[in-house]
Design a protein around this ligand. Structure first.
Ligand SMILES: NC(=O)c1ccc[n+]([C@@H]2O[C@H](COP(=O)([O-])OP(=O)(O)OC[C@H]3O[C@@H](n4cnc5c(N)ncnc54)[C@H](O)[C@@H]3O)[C@@H](O)[C@H]2O)c1
Ligand SMILES: [Zn+2]
Ligand SMILES: [Zn+2]
Length: 379
């Protein structure tokens, strides 16, 4: 028995191929029939050959659908439940899981703290850009949604970008009434800025160079800063009469580019954040940094080492939080904000296409083509 899945073929190439249907491998597993699976900026790191991902990997860590088959040890989920899975795979029992750090589970990926679906080095879990997915430790990992099809695109955002953006704000230490600057108006950055609004931030600056992405700031009264027109920190300080912001979020990561939009500079956002934030402020860094990057342009970055103004960081008494988002720590509450009609994160969704259109969608998403800023695949 086979199904269709998005398979990584090599640099800048994915294909939709027939692969074996997933089966129950452990009593705690369920099989979910996928109704929506989103493409993510994190998939691009693999697609652009900036990771050790090998051909044959099945992509897709943002997954939702209907529970179709239950392992014998599943006690909470029922057949027919509508569910969304955190991109993290977690056991629910280890020290990190029991202290809400589900992104750093020590039982799901040998020799490593943290597992995910369809991602290089994150364990043996196939991605969900496919017709079905196997969900391990399913009672713990699957979040049950109201039945039906209402809010499908909003709930889809609970798999990764909405909780990840929210996590960025938490890492920064944001409090109501504070100001915040978010680097990157990709899905994660927009969700961080939107979360800041939900959390009661006052001024919210969003920095990017893609006009279509910056335009989405209007949805939550964010202040767009186009860094192709000049230094982002200068622009923010000028608008604020020289006053720094309370908090910063890096939703760009290690493939950050300079003003020309072409030249990568791995430390540019980190350096700008240290300049932009007030003394005793905080930096939240959900943007991805990697321990080795063979494709990097300088020798240090290849080893995951970067020039960082630690002296200034110390002098200002700053704090910093990093890492993968513990999606499960936030997804239940964020779901209920959607149900209550308070949050509507699907405003970032650009389009929905069938699974067979995935190769074309990857090409356009990678080129940041207008209309392809957050794509949901509908198998
Ligand atoms: N921590 C986590 O759990 C987690 C989860 C999901 C994604 N991520 C990471 O978050 C980052 C963002 O994800 P995304 O899906 O929004 O990616 P994306 O590629 O869609 O967006 C990144 C944006 O950053 C902009 N950018 C590039 N250089 C910049 C600079 N110098 N200043 C300001 N903006 C700049 C780009 O124009 C782009 O719009 C990625 O590194 C991704 O891997 C982390
Ligand atoms: Zn993602
Ligand atoms: Zn665990």
């Amino acid at each position: 028995m086979s199904m269709k899945a998005v398979v990584y073929k090599g640099p800048f190439e994915v294909a939709v191929e027939e692969v074996p249907l997933p089966t129950i491998q452990h009593p705690a597993d369920v099989i979910v029939r996928i109704t929506s699976s989103a493409i993510c900026g994190s998939d691009l790191h693999m697609y652009e050959d900036r990771t050790a991902a090998k051909a044959g990997l099945r992509f897709g860590h943002e997954n939702m659908g209907i529970v179709e088959e239950l392992g014998s040890g599943v006690t909470v989920l029922k057949k027919g439940d509508r569910v969304v899975m955190p991109f993290n795979v977690a056991c629910g029992s280890c020290l990190n899981c029991q202290t809400n750090k589900t992104a750093f589970c020590t039982n799901v990926n040998e020799g490593f703290a943290g597992g995910a679906y369809g991602y290089v080095a994150m364990g043996p879990y196939h991605g969900g850009q496919a017709e079905r997915i196997r969900v391990p430790f399913a009672d713990f990992n699957a979040l049950v949604l109201p039945p039906g099809s209402e809010h499908e695109a909003d709930f889809m955002m609970l798999a990764d970008v909405f909780p990840t953006g929210y996590h960025g704000c938490i890492l920064s230490g944001l409090k109501p009434g504070e100001s915040i600057a978010v680097w990157g108006a990709g899905p994660v950055g927009l969700m961080a800025a939107y979360s800041a609004r939900l959390m009661g931030a006052a001024d919210i600056y969003v920095i990017d160079r893609v006009p279509e992405r910056l335009a989405l700031c209007k949805k939550f009264d964010g202040i767009p800063i186009d860094f192709s027109k000049g230094d982002a920190v200068d622009a923010i300080l000028k608008m604020r009469g020289g006053k720094e912001v309370d908090r910063c979020v890096d939703a760009v990561g290690y493939q950050a580019v300079t003003q020309d939009g072409k030249t990568e500079q791995v430390n540019i956002v980190l350096n700008q954040m240290v300049r932009a934030v007030r003394a005793c402020g905080g930096l939240g860094i959900p943007g991805l940094y990697v321990p080795t990057d063979p494709g990097a342009s300088d020798e240090h970055a290849k080893l995951g080492q970067l020039m960082f103004p630690f002296g200034k960081f110390f002098e200002k008494g700053l704090s910093m939080g990093t890492g993968q988002a513990n999606v499960k720590t936030y997804n239940r509450q964020l779901r209920d904000l959607i149900v209550a009609g308070i949050a509507k994160p699907s405003f970032i969704v650009s389009n929905e296409v069938g699974l067979s259109a995935a190769p074309d969608a990857y090409v356009k998403f990678q080129k940041r083509v207008e209309g392809y800023s957050k794509v949901i695949l509908k198998p």
